[in-house]
Design a protein around this ligand. Sequence first.
Ligand SMILES: [Zn+2]
Length: 334
Amino acid sequence: MYEMLSEQDRVIWEEELAQFVPQRIFDAHVHLLDRRHLSQVEGAFLDWKDTDWNALQGCARQLFPGRELHCLVLGTPSPGIDVESHNRWIAQQIQLDSQSRMNRLVTPTCKTVEIERDFAEWRFNGLKPYRLFSVTGDPHQCRIADFLTHSQLEFADQHRLWITMHLSRYHGCADELNLSDLEEYTTKRYPNVRWILAHCARSFSYWPIRQAIPILRQMPNLWYDVSAVTDLRPLITLFQEEDIKRIFYGSDLVDSTFFRGKYVTLGRAWCGLNADQSSLRFPHCDGRPILAIYEQLLAMKHASEIVGLSSSDIEDIFWKNAESAFGVKFGQEH
Ligand SMILES: [Zn+2]
C-alpha cells in the first residue's frame, strides 16, 4: 500500500543504517488511522493514509528488513476525529501484538468517566493529548492544561499513566511557561504521571533543547522520544546531556516521516520539507533525497558516534528502555 523504497533509500539502508539499527525495535511514537473516523472539518488530517496494524508492519518490513517491530501506538490527533471509535479501533488493532501498547487520544471534551470506562475495559498505557484541541483556540501558543484538563491529569496521576506530550508554544521546551508547568506537575501536583516529551521535547532545531536540558534533566518522571528529529544537533545534546535510560526511539510513522525530505532548520526556525513537493534543484550533486525516517536514523547514528554511545546504549534507546518502562516481556532470542 505504501510506495516502495527508491534505489537511493536502499543504498542508505544497506551502507549506513543496517549495521546501526538493532534487530528488535520498539517504536514509542507511531500513529494508526482508519480514515472512516475522520470528519471533514478545517484542519482535519485528510491527506493521511489508512494505516492499520498490518499496513504498519508491511511498511516496517520495507524500511527495516528483518527487524522485529513493536510499538507504543498513539491516537491520531486529527481535529474532528471520532475519538471514541478511533480509540476503540486502535485498542482492537494492537490486540494483534501483546508486546505493543497504546496511548488513548484525549481531548478536553473527553469526560473522566469515559476515560475510566476505557481504562477498565482495555487498560491503555497512557494518554495522547494534542495542542490542536486547545480550548483557547490557539494551537501554537497554548499551555499544557489548555489541551489536557486538570481532571484528566488527576486521573493520569491516580493510575500512573504515561502521557506523550507534544509541547506547544513557539519555543517548545525552552518556553518559560512550559518549563514552569512541567516543573509544577512533575514535582508537586501530579508526581505519578510519567511524561514522554515527543520530538526531543519538541526540539527540531538545536536551540530549545540546549536551553532547557539543564532544567529538564533535573525533573523526575520525564522521558523523551526522538521521533521526526532529523537535525543532528538536538540529538547530540540529548544523548550527551540526558540519562540514556530516559530516551525512547520513536519514528512518527507513517505519514509524518514516510516522505522524501526532512525537518529542516534555518537558524532557530524549522519546518517540514517535502522534496517531491518543492522545487529544489541539485546542480552540483547526485540529487536523490531519501525518506525522512532514514534522515532521522542517520542523524541518530552520527549523534551516537559523536557522543560515543555504546552498543548497549543504542539497544536501550531502540527497545530496552521501553521494555522496562512499559512492562513489555520479550523472549531471550536476541
Ligand atoms: Zn506524532
